[in-house]
Design a binder for this molecule. Structure first.
Ligand SMILES: Nc1ncnc2c1ncn2[C@@H]1O[C@H](COP(=O)(O)OP(=O)(O)OP(=O)(O)O)[C@@H](O)[C@H]1O
Ligand SMILES: [Mg+2]
Length: 118
């Protein structure tokens, strides 16, 4: 299925709509160039989950965790692999504890940059 959005608002709304369909342990891989709207889409998903913390690209931190208001999916894990040098960097910061776990949904920007993650 292909959905084209024409504004920041539409992209966020699409994220919000997707949030309703996401299940515990789901992983969403986000592909697209700089400024394509990946973080905007994540913001929409976060809104859908009632996240109150600010969503910014975790370019330098690699991974941000956001508590949600959802009953089962308690944490939204936001990963940005743009500056990732080696997959071990993610493993070292504990990604395995969160990825695909029953209480999380994981969103990965620049998923295609690291073949192990894609
Ligand atoms: N249809 C659209 N959807 C989303 N953002 C749009 C759209 N049209 C224009 N924009 C603008 O493009 C920018 C997208 O920025 P965003 O941070 O979401 O991109 P990104 O893919 O996460 O970039 P990066 O690779 O740097 O992390 C925003 O400033 C937004 O206002
Ligand atoms: Mg981004």
């Amino acid at each position: 299925m292909k959905i084209i959005t024409h504004s920041l608002q539409e992209t966020e709304q699409l994220g919000k709509d997707l949030a309703k369909k996401l299940q515990p342990s789901d992983i969403v891989l986000l592909y697209g160039d700089l400024g394509a709207g990946k973080t905007s889409f994540v913001k929409g998903i976060a809104q859908g989950f009632g996240v109150r913390s600010d969503i910014t690209s975790p370019t330098f931190t690699l991974m941000n965790m956001h508590p949600t208001k959802h009953k089962k999916i308690t944490t939204l894990v936001h990963i940005d692999t743009y500056r990732l040098q080696h997959e071990n960097d993610l493993i070292e910061i504990g990604v395995r504890d969160y990825l695909g776990n029953n209480h999380t949904v994981t969103l990965i920007e620049w998923a295609g940059k690291n073949r192990q993650l894609a």
